[in-house]
Design a protein around this ligand. Structure first.
Ligand code: C2E
Ligand code: MG
Ligand code: MG
Ligand code: MG
Length: 287
């Protein structure tokens, strides 16, 4: 009896797995077509410099809209694109589009830096720096207007090779940011080893500010540490004016998050750059 029961449980479980597996396979085959069918696009999320009160940069975030499924979350399709070997192609495309949009904002009188996320697999390409140089040249964009965001998982497999590659990218004049700092396999030695200009504090710390004392201490500590290493600090996922005030009083350089803006289309960024943002700082923190 027990055996029978175990068996039927197994069958049930396996049927579920198959349904899930089937779904994944279907999604993969859609994803393989996404680029050629123009289903991918970029949105941009502005970052606010807390000292100058200007938008100095925007982060490019990839979106996939399937005609039937609608918008698929990056948390779902980015890892899938990595698994099935599409991310290099998608990443190159994102780089090209982001550089073209940055040119347009510059020509409109707003030279903002554009940040593009790099997948760990792109950091495995020995030719990455020359590809980036090519994209910049084709777009006629100055390297100082491009930033590349990397994650700890992108450098931990082969830190020596990553260090050499990042050095090459730095020499082009692009800036390098470490993304989601404080999560995953954080190793402080990376901050010393790699030529990073920017540290982005992960949203998981920011969301508990300013009430949670541990989150507040960690955030203030990370900011101090980064500054002593001559890095700029960006806080991710800022949603409230209280979070902003805490970050500002602890000398955080820039904020990014829904409080300022959700990710928006390139044309909306043009309009966003034209407005005065001073009132966003709130009366209590105004200089
Ligand atoms: P990320 O690079 O850390 O990007 C920040 C994520 O936080 C974005 O999620 C953004 O929409 C979200 N976010 C920003 N402000 C707030 C806020 O105030 N509250 C909350 N709750 N969330 C906020 P998104 O767009 O879903 O992207 C998720 C991740 O997918 C990115 O995390 C990045 O790791 C990856 N990704 C996105 N675009 C690309 C890309 O072009 N290439 C690669 N390799 N990865 C990408
Ligand atoms: Mg990022
Ligand atoms: Mg991040
Ligand atoms: Mg994140």
């Amino acid at each position: 009896r027990a055996k029978e029961k175990g068996r039927s449980t197994y069958h049930f479980y396996s049927a579920q797995m198959n349904a899930h597996g089937q779904e994944q396979l279907e999604l993969q085959s859609y994803l393989r077509r996404a680029l050629e069918r123009n289903e991918l696009f970029l949105q941009y999320q502005p970052k606010l410099d807390l000292r100058t009160r200007q938008v100095t940069g925007v982060e490019a975030l990839m979106r996939w809209r399937h005609p039937v499924l609608g918008l698929v979350s990056p948390a779902q399709f980015i890892p899938m694109a990595e698994d099935i070997g599409l991310i290099e192609q998608f990443g190159r495309w994102a780089l090209e589009v982001a550089c073209r949009d940055a040119c347009r904002w510059r020509d409109e009188g707003h030279p903002v830096q554009v940040s593009v996320n790099l997948s760990p697999r792109q950091l495995n390409r020995p030719q990455l720096a020359s590809e980036v140089a090519q994209v910049l040249a084709d777009a006629k964009l100055d390297a100082s207007l491009l930033e590349l965001e990397i994650t700890e998982s992108g450098v931990m497999h082969n830190p020596n090779r990553a260090a050499a590659l990042l050095q090459e990218l730095r020499q082009l004049g692009v800036s390098l940011a470490i993304d989601d700092f404080g999560t995953g396999y954080s190793s402080l030695s990376y901050l010393q080893r790699f030529p990073l200009s920017v540290l982005k504090i992960d949203r998981s710390f920011i969301k508990d500010l300013p009430g949670d004392e541990d989150a507040a201490s960690l955030t203030a500590g990370i900011i101090g540490l980064a500054h002593r290493l001559r890095m700029k600090v960006v806080a991710e996922g800022v949603e409230t004016v209280e979070q902003l005030a805490y970050l500002r009083s602890n000398a955080c350089d820039e904020i990014q998050g829904y409080y300022l803006s959700k990710p928006i289309a390139a044309e909306e960024i043009s309009r966003f750059l034209a407005v005065d943002l001073r009132n966003l700082m709130g009366p209590s923190v105004a200089a």
